[in-house]
Write a new protein. Structure first.
Length: 204
């Protein structure tokens, strides 16, 4: 990794949040943590639908940042302007930031627009880095929509911001069940992942 770039060297999972999120999620679950097995759901990576010019750039993608409870592995529901809960009996296959990191890398790979896309520490020398933040990834009961909102910055090897943008998408869905909620969130997530890949590829 380029030693002149301290920002790239800090692109590591924020593991210290795991314990705090565990306490937070326990407080939200009416039935208590571990009371019954949770149904597990995955996100997909779009394999088509990305239109952008191809480049020879090398891009490194860390885990996105996120606040609890989005930082964990549970499906989040927004029930009011400042109120959130969790979809009963449902979880993601991994912590959402790590899961989204994998799916974004796969979407870049599927699009075949860049020379290389990798995680920090993979031993490549990137010429750009992606810094991103999950602002919303939740079912909104007030609108009946899955809402995904992600802030993205493209950095050069010196850590300077080359471009920045916020990407959003919505998809109709039912928050009362894990299966319907996960499908709606996956639809919105696919939309945002395509937008990010098309936009970032043109700037790397």
């Amino acid at each position: 990794m380029n030693r002149r770039n301290p920002i790239f060297s800090k692109m590591r999972p924020l593991r210290g949040r795991l314990f705090r999120y565990g306490v937070f999620s326990c407080a939200l679950l009416l039935a208590g943590c571990g009371a019954s097995p949770l149904a597990t759901f995955d996100l997909s990576a779009p394999s088509s639908g990305v239109k952008a010019r191809s480049t020879r750039g090398v891009l490194v993608i860390p885990e996105p940042s996120a606040q609890a409870p989005t930082d964990g592995d549970r499906l989040v529901v927004r029930t009011g302007p400042s109120a959130v809960a969790l979809v009963k009996g449902a979880q993601w296959t991994d912590r959402l930031p790590r899961l989204l990191q994998s799916r974004l890398i796969q979407t870049f790979e599927n699009a075949k627009l860049l020379r290389s896309v990798s995680r920090p520490g993979d031993g490549v020398t990137p010429d750009h880095g992606l810094v991103w933040d999950i602002r919303r990834f939740e079912m909104d009961t007030t609108t009946g929509q899955a809402v995904v909102e992600i802030s993205v910055k493209v950095l050069d090897t010196s850590g300077h911001v080359q471009a920045a943008r916020i990407f959003t998408a919505q998809a109709p869905g039912d928050a009362s069940q894990g299966e319907t909620a996960s499908l709606a969130l996956d639809d919105a997530s696919n939309n945002v992942l395509r937008q990010i890949v098309a936009w970032a590829s043109a700037r790397v």
